[in-house]
Write a protein that binds this ligand. Structure first.
Ligand code: C5P
Length: 214
């Protein structure tokens, strides 16, 4: 495996921004794996299916074209996030998305992936592993600011309830639950702005690189 950076953590912890900045810093391709689950959830909803239907969700996951994901704004809505976390509990969906993610991680030059199970399941041998967290209140307020800035009407307290529900579902599921890998560095961004959080992330990656002699 090349130079792989695994960034995991709960919703709105800052992991996506940190992963994107690390990818630019080191000139590595970046995969936001949450987009895969969001796309599967939306496909099921658009076909009029139920998110509890494991077969339908697995079929949607098998037919996914990852190249079409990054520019689709519908994938960034709260509805898509909620749908994602429901289909993500089906083991068949996770299995259908496994090879795509592992292939991305195995690219010759290396890669950055962010999600919930990158350091534990997708790339257990990653060079550097970060688990990015923040309190639910701070995460809810960050996500609320993002969504209201683009015109979505949602109450802060509903946002907090959504975040807590999603944390519980992601950490409580049987298939690849969200958990800090034993060898991941914990980065709590509760009191950090984006620059400070990125600096801390870079220090973690540099230390890991030095350990691996890279
Ligand atoms: O990170 P994001 O909010 O886009 O993820 C949406 C949902 O997709 C998460 O709540 C989680 O249930 C699921 N997910 C996952 N494994 C990943 C990435 C996302 O289960 N590697």
């Amino acid at each position: 495996m090349g130079f792989v950076i695994a960034v995991d953590g709960p919703a709105a912890s800052g992991k996506g921004t940190i992963a994107g900045r690390l990818a630019r810093e080191y000139g590595l391709p970046h995969l936001d794996t949450g987009l895969l689950y969001r796309a599967v959830g939306l496909k099921v909803l658009e076909a009029g299916g139920s998110l509890d239907d494991a077969e339908a969700a697995q079929a949607a996951a098998r037919g996914l074209d990852a190249r079409t994901l990054s520019d689709d704004l519908r994938l960034t809505t709260g509805e898509a996030g909620e749908a994602a976390s429901r289909v993500a509990g089906h083991p068949g969906v996770r299995a259908a998305l496994l090879t795509l993610q592992q292939d991305f991680a195995a690219q010759a030059g290396g890669a950055v992936l962010d999600g919930r199970d990158i350091g534990t399941v997708i790339a257990p041998d990653a060079t550097a592993k970060l688990f990015v967290t923040a309190t639910p209140e701070v995460r809810a307020s960050r996500r609320w600011k993002q969504l209201t800035a683009r015109g979505d009407a949602i109450a802060l307290e509903d946002m907090l309830a959504d975040i807590r529900r999603r944390d519980e579902r992601d950490a409580g599921r049987g298939a690849a639950p969200m958990v800090q890998a034993h060898d991941a560095a914990l980065l709590d961004t509760t009191d950090l702005g984006i620059e400070a959080a990125f600096d801390a992330a870079r220090r973690i990656v540099e230390a890991a690189r030095a350990r691996h002699g890279l």
